[in-house]
Design a protein around this ligand. Sequence first.
Ligand code: UDP
Ligand code: MG
Length: 317
Amino acid sequence: MTSFQHLSIVIPCFNEEEGLDALFERLENTLAQLNEFHYEIICVDDGSRDNTLAILCQHAARNRNIVVLELSRNFGKEAALTAGLDIALGDAIVPLDADLQHPPELIIEMVRQWKNGYDAVLARRTSREMDYPLQRYITQKFYRLHNRISECAIPRDVGDFRLMDRRVVEALKQLPERRRFMKGLFAWIGFKQTIVDFVVEPRKTGKSTFNPRRLWLLALEGITSFSTVPLAIWAYAGFTVAILSLVYGCWIVLKTLVLGVDIPGYASLLTAVLFLGGVQLMGIGVLGEYIGRIYSESKQRSIYIVRQRYGKQDTHD
Ligand code: UDP
Ligand code: MG
């Protein structure tokens, strides 16, 4: 047994060729200051279509603490992160974005908090200036909705950048779901947590892959993974509509008895039919969303597929 502790950094990379040199420089400078640790940097190439893999391999050849995991295609950030966490050997593990939006220097402060006895140290963005006002507004509303209807609240402005103790990662690996909404999973497992603040930097190179469509899908994923409220709503909606229909029905019968038969009513009839049709379709849509999840979970496909691993095999030597 050595007295050294091991630190793993996990970096999902998708088309990041331009920023990697700067990333390694800053990251390695930071890690050099943590000289009481052995470290490994696990870079997961998530099916990049540019030179990312080749550049990562050059760095792995230069520094034997760098490991490169090549996935067989683009599986998405959440899957790439899972792949990295699965092979990380550290006593503490830090996921990091490749685009330098997460300042590596913050790791020093995270490690300090970890040594104070916290199992997870979350990095919180203190400014979201980078986002468009509309995006900021929608994000805020999403978290408020999510936290109101889900079993556990996601802390605001906290992303994947965090330090996790080994036992937190082991707990995460036990969770069987195939479709992984990482922020939700992180919140669900709990543990003793603390927060450190950082200012998010603009993306240095390349461009963000998170367009409105992907954000919408991610939001759906978050809600349907951690809440069944959207399913339950329809029972109440149905009940309310049924009661209203009953009252309306009684009124029509009474009116017919008192005033005699009255033919006109086409407009109200059509409105009611269309409205109910719409409500039913929405209800079926929500059911479909959940059934889709059941379907993809039940296939039990692997979350990612590794094509090849480059770099040394084991840090514990
Ligand atoms: N990423 C990935 N696979 C993807 C999309 C993104 O591994 O399919 C990585 C990307 O290389 C970066 C991180 O996930 O390291 C965050 O991506 P991005 O900067 O595009 O997201 P944003 O910061 O806008 O949320
Ligand atoms: Mg980014």
